[in-house]
Design a protein around this ligand. Structure first.
Ligand code: ADP
Length: 159
């Protein structure tokens, strides 16, 4: 069983994340989408909301599991018997941080490889941060995120 963990804040999940999940699914028998309980990052949506958005968007897809984790990613991956961590690379700007994380994770746990996947070009400019910014300013984000997220953003910033 080849298993991979795809970690992130998913605050909220976007079509870019979904594209990466689809690609990862073609390479692995099971993909665990792992939502970080990141205390230092101020999230717009609660952990429960972020998990629910994923559940509503990809919960029915075969061999994709949604989980939450805190603490060290490599420890979570090892506990889940995953041999790889998936990360998305959009642009050169992602590279430096991702490169550093990948090498550090390898130092911590040599048995877990990091695999970078590039999304479809049209998603390369998508980030959760930019989606939140557009939605906050009243812009329409419905073509960039799953419907459940689009609705939640409208509700969040209504009035
Ligand atoms: P984090 O807080 O760990 O950066 P994110 O939820 O922002 O978590 O992203 C999780 C992963 O998905 C990261 O590897 C990020 O680079 C990747 N990612 C985010 N948006 C996209 C996108 N539009 N296309 C491809 N990968 C993406």
């Amino acid at each position: 069983m080849r298993r991979a963990v795809y970690p992130g804040s998913f605050d909220p999940v976007t079509n870019g994340h979904l594209d990466v999940i689809e690609r990862a699914r073609k390479l692995f028998d099971e993909v665990i989408v792992a939502v970080a309980q990141n205390d230092e990052k101020e999230a717009l949506f609660s952990l429960e909301e972020r998990l629910q958005f994923l559940q509503d968007s990809i919960g029915k897809i075969d061999m994709v599991r949604i989980a939450q984790f805190d603490g060290l990613l490599v420890e979570f991956a090892t506990a889940q018997k995953a041999s790889a961590v998936i990360r998305g690379l959009r642009a050169v700007s992602d590279f430096e941080f991702e490169f550093q994380m990948a090498l550090m994770n390898r130092k911590l746990e040599a048995g877990v490889e990091t695999i970078f996947l590039m999304p479809k070009e049209e998603y390369t400019y998508l980030s959760s941060r930019i989606i939140k910014e557009i939605a906050r300013l009243g812009g329409d984000v419905s073509s960039f995120v799953p419907p459940v997220v689009s609705k939640a953003l409208v509700r969040k910033f209504a009035g």
